[in-house]
Design a protein. Structure first.
Length: 656
């Protein structure tokens, strides 16, 4: 772009663009800008991030959504020089130094069509394009330390061209340097203040705001958070199996420490997963396992960052184009960045190789919960039973004696030893999956079976040939250590599927259509189809053809880029002989001040004692008519102006 713009100044060819040509080029720039705006809104699920910003439950997630929305604005500024480049190229290739203002305004175009309409004036967009380039460079996320030096040099060069000749060069340069130093100091101060504000905001949101359902950055979740999420029917993931049923659940995270109402992960460190050197974006999560099942998962992940919900026993991820993967000892898999649209294959085994063997935290039970757990253990006769039999009895007890409910009234604690969980186990016997999973984990731990709390999604809804996962399919269950391996145990009553389906609204069909269209668009946008490359080539060819046709079908002439004649004719009267008298008096020390009119200046000169200045009054009247009267001066009047000034100059020089 820079080579084309600067190289055009070296050419002697210039094109005669008509006003309709300029209008069409500006229309093209407008279309490019709107396309960039749409792309910016959809980049990284930007529109969704902006809309969902007030509804983010997590402080970290809310801050991330705000940052993502701000990055969209910067992205638009970065593309501003690209979207307006066709107009800038036409400007430097045009034989006319200015473009009519109606080119850039639909309202002025309509006025231009009226009979007898006058021009709205002209403008050279080179200065505006220069400012757009600087703005786009300033919006870049990463800059060299020399960026400020280069920016200051460019601004100084631009201001030097427009500086007032009445000030000394040294004074002007000193003022410019002082302004730039103050700007650097102010920028450093703003960066420091911004860091303080963001830190305070993050602290307040994490302390006062509600927690998310599961957020690896917070390493904990609150019982009841999933119940709030179950109101949404938005589709998150789509699954396709080659043969057989899909995995029953997709796990995002596991937790091993409990203190009502929070589950926390004692292991917060993530380990890097290294990509296989096969050029297929293959990631081996755990070696030594033989995958027996596979499923293709498709979903949107903002900026390609976040926790991946995976089937139990996931061992290999194929065709996953992310920058990096990390895992922790509790089975969470986190993507470090990549495209916003992911489609990959998961190969899984019968058992999990991601979860570490049980530790002391997997057997801990809060003291306040032990009395209620003891009563249940005695009632079910769990003490001394094998682990497998304990799991069967607990699952059957919850299925037969409990009900699933999305809503729970505020618990009424009747005694000092009663807790919310004990009331759920002994009295209410009604709740959603988080209560069942928490109670199951603590019951198993109480009888000596290591257990962990898992969260993710249940795969329960089929749509066409795919299985879909909605927000309201968020689920919680238990991981139990049986016979030297972890296995999943879901004790939520089976009636919960009917209750979940009853939450669907009449608008869900419309929402599903929009989701399908959005998935198709995202698949195309992120290059998951072969059409994108061909379409880009076609668009590029069409654009080049249009530009070439515009240039080579217009009349052109050979000459300098900006001939002197065209400049002189822009302002009438600049060749007036009266300026000869003004320069002569200025050489005598009677310079006209900035903002002083010629009439006021000539009156001041007359009071200074210079003889013969009264004879310049008729010449001044003629000069004003030459400069501002649309009719100008006739040839005879112009001759009078010339003779009057020259006669005065001759007499003034003779008197010296």
């Amino acid at each position: 772009m820079a080579a084309l713009l600067e190289g055009a100044r070296l050419l002697r060819l210039r094109w005669e663009f008509s006003q309709p040509d300029l209008d069409r080029v500006w229309n093209l720039c407008t279309i490019l800008f709107l396309a960039a705006l749409v792309y910016a809104l959809t980049a990284g699920v930007g529109a969704q991030a902006w809309v969902s910003l007030p509804h983010q439950a997590s402080g970290a997630a809310r801050l991330e959504a705000a940052n993502r929305s701000a990055r969209l604005t910067f992205l638009l500024f970065q593309w501003l020089p690209l979207t307006t480049f066709p107009m800038a190229l036409v400007q430097v290739c045009s034989a006319q130094p200015r473009m009519d203002l109606s080119t850039f305004s639909l309202w002025l175009r309509l006025r231009r069509r009226r009979p007898g309409a006058q021009s709205a004036g002209g403008v050279n967009i080179g200065y505006g394009y220069f400012a757009a380039c600087l703005l786009g460079a300033c919006a870049a996320p990463a800059r060299s330390p020399w960026f400020v030096v280069a920016l200051s040099g460019l601004l100084g060069w631009a201001l030097w061209q427009a500086r007032s000749k009445s000030y000394r060069t040294g004074s002007w340069a000193t003022s410019l340097a002082a302004a730039m130093v103050l700007g650097l100091v102010a920028q450093a101060g703003l960066v420091y203040v911004q860091a303080l504000v963001q830190g305070a905001e993050n602290f307040l949101l994490n302390r006062l705001g509600p927690r998310s359902a599961f957020d690896p950055r917070e390493s904990r979740m609150q019982v009841g958070a999933l119940g709030r999420l179950k109101r949404s029917g938005r589709i998150l993931w789509r699954l396709k199996t080659e043969a057989g049923p899909p995995p029953p659940r997709l796990r995002e995270a596991s937790y091993d420490f409990f203190k009502w109402p929070f589950w926390a992960a004692t292991a917060r460190d993530f380990n890097t997963v290294f990509e296989e050197d096969t050029n297929t974006h293959s990631w081996v999560l755990c070696s030594g396992l033989e995958p027996q099942r596979s499923v293709v998962m498709t979903g949107l992940l903002p900026d390609g960052k976040g926790v991946l919900p995976l089937p139990f026993g996931a061992a290999v991820l194929e065709q996953l184009p992310v920058f990096g993967l990390e895992t922790n000892r509790l089975g969470a898999v986190r993507s470090l960045g990549g495209p916003g649209f992911l489609q990959f294959r998961v190969r899984s085994a019968q058992r999990s190789g991601l979860d570490s063997p049980p530790g002391p935290s997997d057997l801990e039970v809060p003291i306040v919960e032990r009395p209620a757990l003891e009563r249940v253990v005695r009632q079910l006769g769990l003490a001394g039973r094998p682990a497998g039999e304990v799991l069967d009895r607990v699952a059957a007890w919850f299925e037969e004696h409990f009900q699933y409910s999305l809503w729970r009234p505020p618990p009424v604690i009747r005694g000092t030893n009663e807790t919310v969980l004990s009331r759920f186990l002994l009295h209410d016997r009604k709740g959603h999956c988080e209560y069942f999973a928490t109670a199951t984990v603590l019951l198993l731990r109480y009888v000596g079976v290591p257990a962990r709390y898992a969260v993710g999604y249940a795969v329960q809804e089929r749509k066409g040939n795919d299985w879909i996962v909605r927000v309201r399919h968020g689920h919680a269950w238990c991981l139990a250590w049986v016979n030297g391996a972890w296995q999943e145990l879901d004790t939520t009553p089976g009636s919960w599927l009917e209750v979940e389906n009853s939450q669907a609204t009449g608008w869900e069909a419309v929402s599903d259509l929009w989701s399908a269209a959005w998935f198709a668009f995202s698949r195309f946008r992120w290059g998951q189809t072969g059409l994108r490359a061909y379409l880009l080539w076609v668009m590029g060819a069409v654009l080049l053809t249009a530009v070439g046709r515009l240039l080579w079908s217009r009349p052109w002439r050979q000459g300098r880029a900006r001939p002197t004649e065209s400049r002189v004719s822009v302002v009438p009267g600049t060749d007036s002989e009266f300026y000869l008298a003004e320069r002569h008096l200025a050489a005598l020390g009677l310079r006209r001040e900035d903002g002083e009119t010629l009439a006021g200046w000539l009156k001041r000169v007359a009071h200074s004692g210079i003889a013969g200045t009264d004879s310049l009054q008729p010449a001044l009247v003629l000069h004003y008519r030459l400069r501002f009267d649309p009719q100008g001066l006739s040839a005879a009047e112009r001759l009078v102006l010339r003779r009057t000034v020259l006669d005065w100059l001759a007499s003034a020089q003779a008197s010296r």
